[in-house]
Unconditional design. Structure first.
Length: 506
């Protein structure tokens, strides 16, 4: 297959918006290519680009839809018949996309599968929250078998992923019901965008290096002002935090004294439920010590995330993390000695230089530690990361799908259940990220942020607040600026906007 760096989508009798909405699907097959939408020319010969021409017969949502791949002298075609389109129309509509959009994506997906030999486990969906499709079907009282037909025939999702979605949905159901019934409950996210060093795959905007100490202490002062504002608003509207999640970055880069000060402030200002969940990301083991853990224990933090990503020293050095596998084991053991918190460990599939052997070794070592939660990520290529700048390609093909399958099997065999999942663009094997838990130890915040089923107040630079409407069908995202200097200036105006939106929805 000859390929150019630019792939152009054209349509005849097709709304250009539908083609624009199909760009992410094309990108799922081809990494780091520029995908464009342009008007169809009468003649494509001599062009230096690769073209995909999608054409609808008659009215776009009635007749056959065909797609032609043109790269140099190479041609390949695929179509979806009017009969097939009529069958799709008989299935209930559960997402935002209409039948024309679904049919255009299907024909493109089938064409590119033919060209590349690659089958996308998630079919034509490119959104990051596929679980919402299952929730929509549950709300329409569509039973599991019917759900399977819709997800398979309309969205071309593989049976394996359909089963995964349904398992996750069943575990989340009580949390959904709780969020529906108790609308005064909210989640609180606190952003601490500082890290000891940058991981090579990270595109996150955070502070490290010189001048960091000064900036960090200014940041904490302003963050505390925002916490106080939100706490007062919550008290005025009888809202209670059912969970608090301190993420980043790596919040445990704070000194024990800074942590103590921040957690005391939260305790004073934020009204919480009696059994509130309290999580802190302690992602880097080299930022954890006895003093900090004792401080977390003092404020009844009950969940930690200690994230190895891999249990392979060579990879850890290669991805820019300044700690060893032994540091991870030591930090984990210390945490276990000092408290009875629920501990999550994050793993990434597809790290540079890793394959099946390294992943198997990582999973074995992590399972030996018996964390309560294990989150399996697929490495995603992100713009502005070092991995992206080096134009490294991720294997989006089937080998990572097979490795992931083996990993999931092993985790399930050890008594864990999948309880939340989300997808990212440009990921290894086109795979999803899945959080597993031993039964009953799900993280409420993770469910809330992925399912968007309750209001989340996101505080600090780069944090996103999600203000849910009163019938829980939609929500509004409101972002604090991710640049710390801008956040220090603008946090109050974002807070006003958020408070207004929250009061309007009550
Ligand atoms: S720990 Fe997380 S936020 Fe920090 S550099 Fe690594 S990936 Fe980025």
């Amino acid at each position: 297959m000859s390929m150019t760096n630019r792939i152009v989508l054209h349509g005849r009798n097709i709304d250009p918006k539908i083609l624009a909405n199909s760009k992410a699907l094309v990108a799922a097959f081809f990494q780091q290519k520029e995908i464009a939408v342009e008007e169809a020319a009468s003649d494509f010969s001599g062009s230096e680009d690769t073209h995909i021409l999608v054409e609808a017969e008659g009215k776009p949502d009635l007749g056959q839809i065909s797609a032609v791949w043109m790269a140099g002298s190479g041609r390949e075609t695929c179509e979806i018949s009017s009969q097939e389109i009529n069958c799709l129309k008989e299935l209930p509509r559960i997402g935002r996309e209409n039948i024309t959009q679904i049919a255009v994506k299907q024909v493109i997906c089938k064409l590119l599968t033919k060209i590349t030999g690659q089958t996308l486990p998630w079919g034509i969906i490119s959104g990051i929250r596929p679980g919402k499709l299952v929730t929509a079907m549950n709300n329409l009282s569509i039973l599991e078998t019917g759900q399977g037909i819709i997800l398979g025939q309309k969205y071309l999702i593989s049976p394996e992923k359909i089963k995964l979605l349904q398992q996750v949905s069943a575990i989340q159901e009580p949390y959904r019901q709780k969020a529906k019934k108790q609308q005064q409950l909210v989640s609180l996210y606190i952003s601490v965008p500082f890290c000891p060093s940058r991981c090579s795959y990270c595109s996150f905007s955070f502070e490290h290096g010189s001048g960091r100490e000064n900036k960090l202490s200014k940041y904490l002062q302003v963050l505390k002002q925002e916490i106080e504002l939100v706490g007062n608003q919550m008290k005025a509207s009888s809202a209670l935090a059912d969970n608090i999640y301190i993420g980043g970055g790596t919040p445990t880069v704070l000194t024990a004294a800074q942590l103590d000060n921040l957690l005391a402030w939260l305790e004073t200002h934020i009204p919480v439920t009696r059994d509130r969940e309290y999580t802190i990301e302690a992602g880097r083991p080299d930022t954890i010590d006895r003093e900090k853990l004792l401080c977390l224990k003092k404020y009844r933090v009950n969940r930690l995330s200690i994230n190895p990503q891999t249990m392979n020293d060579t990879t850890l050095t290669g991805i820019g993390r300044r700690h060893t596998v032994q540091n991870i084991i030591d930090a984990y053991s210390l945490a276990r000695q000092l408290g009875d918190w629920i501990i999550n460990m994050d793993i990434i599939l597809g790290l540079p230089g890793e394959g099946r052997t390294e992943v198997e070794q990582t999973i074995r070592s992590v399972l030996e530690l018996k964390p309560d939660n294990i989150t399996i990520h697929a490495l995603a290529l992100k713009k502005r990361s070092q991995v992206w700048e080096n134009r490294m390609l991720i294997d989006t093909g089937s080998s990572w799908q097979q490795i992931q399958r083996a990993v999931f099997r092993q985790i399930l065999n050890n008594g864990y259940q999948p309880y939340y999942l989300y997808r990212q663009k440009n990921s290894a094997g086109n795979l999803e990220n899945v959080g597993f838990t031993v039964p009953g130890k799900e993280c409420r915040y993770n469910i809330a942020v992925i399912e968007e089923n309750e209001t989340i107040f996101g505080l600090g630079a780069g944090a996103c607040s999600k203000i849910r409407d009163s019938n829980a069908l939609t929500h509004q995202n409101i972002y604090q600026p991710s640049d710390i200097s801008v956040y220090l200036d603008k946090f109050k105006s974002v807070d006003e906007k958020r408070n207004k939106a929250y009061l309007l929805q009550k």
